[in-house]
Design a protein around this ligand. Structure first.
Ligand code: HEM
Length: 134
């Protein structure tokens, strides 16, 4: 079905909420926020935020994507956020939350890089043999 969203390793349906619905949860005790198009219930967790609950509850009912991204939150912070996910906005990407990961680009380039290195060494060895250096 088109609404299927992959979260972590498990595949499950995420409930779709409108921004108006999220805005109803706008107190520190009932605090929902939007981050990267997904909806999170941070009511129980906000008190544990290392930089203080207010930085989160100030955005109760609203989108904190920009301030969240401006702080270089760790992968753990992204993963923790994912455990609090209750749904998504209509039309948000139906993919896993994209935590900043330098590894993703790095590993996709690793294959061609290794192949190129092997080819270059092969050519050099071949030339060396031809010229009786080996
Ligand atoms: C629900 C959203 C948020 C979650 C789950 C979250 C989670 C965390 C976590 C786990 C840390 C510890 C360091 C790390 O692992 O990166 C942290 C640190 C921090 N967060 Fe957040 N955060 C959220 C939103 C925000 C927002 C909106 C702001 C700014 C307006 C903010 C500002 C900070 C700052 C300044 C620190 C550093 C604290 C220090 O090093 O003493 N966070 N956050």
């Amino acid at each position: 079905m088109s609404d299927t969203t992959i979260t972590g390793t498990e595949e499950r349906e995420l409930k779709v909420y409108t921004e108006e619905e999220v805005q109803k949860h706008n107190t520190p005790q009932d605090c929902w926020i939007i981050c990267h198009g997904k909806v999170y219930d941070v009511s129980k967790w906000a008190d544990e935020h290392p930089a203080g609950p207010e930085l989160i509850t100030d955005y109760a009912g609203f989108d904190l994507t920009d301030p969240f991204d401006e702080v270089n939150h760790s992968t753990e912070a992204h993963e923790l956020l994912e455990t609090l996910c209750v749904g998504r906005l209509p039309g948000s990407p139906k993919t896993k939350f994209r935590a900043k990961s330098a590894g993703a680009t790095g590993s996709s380039l690793l294959g061609p890089f290794v192949l190129m290195t092997v080819v270059i060494i092969g050519v050099l060895v071949h030339l060396a043999k031809q010229n009786n250096y080996m």
